[in-house]
Every structure is written in structure tokens, then in C-alpha cells.
Design a protein around this ligand. Sequence first.
Ligand code: SAM
Length: 241
Amino acid sequence: MATSEDGYFDEAVAARYDSDEEMFDPAVVDPVVDFLAELAGSGRALELGIGTGRIAVPLAQRGVPVHGIDMSRAMVARLREKPGAERIGVTIGDFATTTVDDTFSVAYLVFNTISNLTTQEAQVACFRNVAAHLAPGGCFVIEVGVRGGEPLQVFDLTDTHVGIDEYDAATQRLVSHHFELVDGRWERLSIPFRSASPGELDLMAELAGMRLRERWSGWKREPFTSASRKHVSVWEKPADS
Ligand SMILES: C[S@@+](CC[C@H](N)C(=O)[O-])C[C@H]1O[C@@H](n2cnc3c(N)ncnc32)[C@H](O)[C@@H]1O
């Protein structure tokens, strides 16, 4: 159950978020930033679910003006502590519906965060919200995992963290269970998601007036195949819209 108005990313989660060395490794972050900076060109970028600024801070350092939306004040407080964060504007709210008084050449939603919206209606609303913020010719980028049908999947297993996904193909409901060793005690956090196939996301883009431009299995434009476990997709708002 979400414990506060910060949702699942409350103070305790925010305090630990940046300690995941793998996610913050330049080998992981740099290709994301390269990809987004290229799409942003000389325009502005909007990050939905900006969190502690894992991507936004280095993207802003590249000279791309970045604005973020996030519902978690605790996560955004961590962003605010970082050098360079003063250049990044943040609006607190639900990214499915929150509006920003600006237009962007790229909007992005990385690290499975589209799935934090647990209904189809909210995901469709998110695509429509993004389309309304994009300049003609602007792009929406999503990075999200692809589910097989298996009901249980261990996605992480270390001395301090065990991650298990529980998936119900009939309802597309996914729950990520995190068991984390904190100060010698195992703590559990279970976060609900809604899994949507690449094709369903394409339809949401279509409903919002956008069309698929590129789909890869990674940020270095690796081919997307039936064996891919995630995709990086780019939808475009028509230049004549
Ligand atoms: C997994 S973190 C990703 C943070 C950052 N994008 C990154 O790549 O490290 C997901 C973020 O999305 C935010 N979030 C989840 N659902 C949201 C919603 N409906 N509206 C606004 N923010 C949301 C959370 O508060 C959290 O900061």
C-alpha cells in the first residue's frame, strides 16, 4: 500500500534510491542521456517521474533545458541537493494529468515508470498529456520491460536485495516485491504496476495523435526482437499538427 502522498517513493525509499550503483553507473546513464540529448536538439526536455534526477541532472549538464514532473516530494528533495539541479524546474503532481506551461521537443518516461500508472485509463491520459506538451515534430520516449507470461520472476538477487515480480497475465497486473536488508533487518516493499505490451502502447500513442518512429531494445539502438526483455520506443507528434 502507498504509505504517503509521495506514493511508493516516500522518504525511506528516496533516502536509499541513489545507492543503487548499477543504475547510476555512467555506462548505464550515458547512453540514455546521449539518446535524449540528440532528440532534444536545441529544444527543451520534459521528464515524467523525474525522481532524484538520475537522468535529468546529466541531461541538463549537456545543455538541454529540463523540466520534471513527480508526485514524490521526498524524491525531488534529493534532486534539489545535487549540483546543477538549480537549472531544473519541477512541478509536483501526477504525470498523467499535471500540466506545465511550456512546450517541449522531447518528453521521456524511463525505467518502467509508465507502469506505475496502474490503469489503462491513466496510461492513455498520460499519452494525451504528453502530446499536449510536445511541439509539432516532438517525440515521446518510453523505456519499459516486456513481460513474458510467467507468473513469478526473480529480477534481482544480491546479498542485500531480492526482487521478485508477480504477474497476472489475465489482468496485466504486475507487483514488484522488493526485499531489502536495512540495518540488519529484511524489509519488504511491494509496488503495483500495470504491464502494457508494445502494441498497446502504440495504440495509446495513436489515440493521442502520435505515431511510432523508432523501437529498440536498448539505448544504443540495439535491435528489438522477440527475445528482447525491454524496449525503448519513440513516438512522434506529426510536424504538421
Ligand atoms: C523508478 S523512479 C524513476 C526516477 C527517475 N526517472 C530515474 O530514472 O531514476 C519513478 C519515479 O516516478 C514517480 N512517479 C510514479 N508514479 C507517478 C505518477 N503517477 N505521477 C508522478 N510521479 C510518479 C515516483 O515518485 C518516482 O520518483
